[in-house]
Design a protein around this ligand. Structure first.
Ligand code: ATP
Length: 295
């Protein structure tokens, strides 16, 4: 079933007054539910504030003057066609672009009002505060226990073995994996299924008390059941963390995020509540993308 969406005239290219497009009713309903879930916490205050952020890979400019506020305790989706700069923008938030030879970032990104590119800020500590989950699960070639214990140990977050074991258990519980691995904590993390490995990686990120979790297409290598589990987990985690997710799946963005930002050719075209972006976008390009006309 389709639902006809009428767009506002404000900011439209072309200025047509006809119904803009047909957004599948399921997508619109999912976006509505994610934006205004019953009993859920409201969108939090701004956690990360990007101003005029541009990124260059050598001579090539990949992002152009991005200004975007990312709220705390909220899931923000970054959507847009391949190559539009979603992952590049995600990486600016934990300075992962610093690790790419020839990459240069200009502009300013504040986290809780603090410039994350300040020289005084240690990128290793920043990456503990701003954890990252990649497309392909990447557990260390170590046991399940050691994968999670590694971060707290190197950052000196626990004082005894017992305390470390507690942090490991708590992190695995919060990542929804404890029940499945409690009896094999000392088996290799790489022996788990893809979906379990992705939850292990999330537990590893959680173990160092992050404030933000960045996810770069975290479900693209997973089957639908494992994907559903990760989406459920994302929904639970947002009560505590600021979450930013890059996804190619419009249905996933509509299901899991309360805020959505649409990128196109290195520019931020539009951002707003997910429901608004999916049902009444201001820009024609946004509409064309979410209704599958390009990308
Ligand atoms: N390490 C790099 N070196 C040079 N160019 C890069 C590098 N990483 C990304 N780019 C270029 O920057 C632009 C944005 O890429 P990016 O990966 O951020 O886009 P994306 O929207 O995440 O794409 P996708 O959805 O395909 O993952 C692209 O043109 C890409 O080719």
């Amino acid at each position: 079933m389709k639902q006809t969406i009428y767009r506002s005239q404000d900011g439209l290219e072309g200025g047509a007054s006809a119904p803009a497009a047909e957004v599948p009713a399921e997508l619109a309903a999912a976006a509505q539910a994610a934006t205004d879930p019953k009993g859920a916490a409201p969108v939090g205050p701004t956690k990360i504030s990007a101003r005029d952020v541009s990124v260059f890979y050598g001579e090539k400019q990949a992002l152009f003057d991005i200004s975007l506020d990312i709220p705390d305790k909220t899931v923000t989706s970054l959507i847009g066609p391949s190559g539009c700069g979603k992952s590049t923008f995600l990486r600016t938030m934990n300075r992962m672009n610093d690790t790419i030879a020839g990459a240069r970032v200009t502009g300013r990104i504040d986290m809780d009002g603090e410039d994350i590119n300040a020289r005084s800020l240690d990128p290793v500590l920043l990456r503990a505060r701003v954890g990252m989950v990649f497309q392909k699960p990447n557990p260390f070639p170590k046991s399940i226990f050691e994968n999670v214990a590694y971060g707290p140990r190197i950052h000196g977050l626990t004082r005894s073995k017992a305390e470390l074991a507690e942090v490991v258990e708590e992190s695995l519980r919060r990542a929804g994996l404890w029940e499945e691995v409690a009896d094999r904590l000392h088996s290799p993390g790489t022996g788990l299924s893809g979906g379990q490995q992705q939850r292990l990686v999330i537990a590893r990120a959680i173990a160092v008390n992050p404030e933000v979790i960045l996810m770069d297409e975290p479900c693209s290598a997973l089957d639908p059941i494992a994907t559903a589990k990760i989406e459920e987990l994302i929904d639970e985690l947002r009560e505590r963390y600021c979450i930013v997710i890059v996804t190619h799946s419009m249905a996933q963005a509509a299901r899991v995020s309360q805020r959505t930002a649409f990128f196109h050719m290195g520019r931020l075209i539009e951002t707003g509540d997910t429901e608004e972006i999916f049902t009444n976008p201001r820009e024609r390009r946004t509409l064309d993308y979410i209704t599958g006309r390009f990308g």
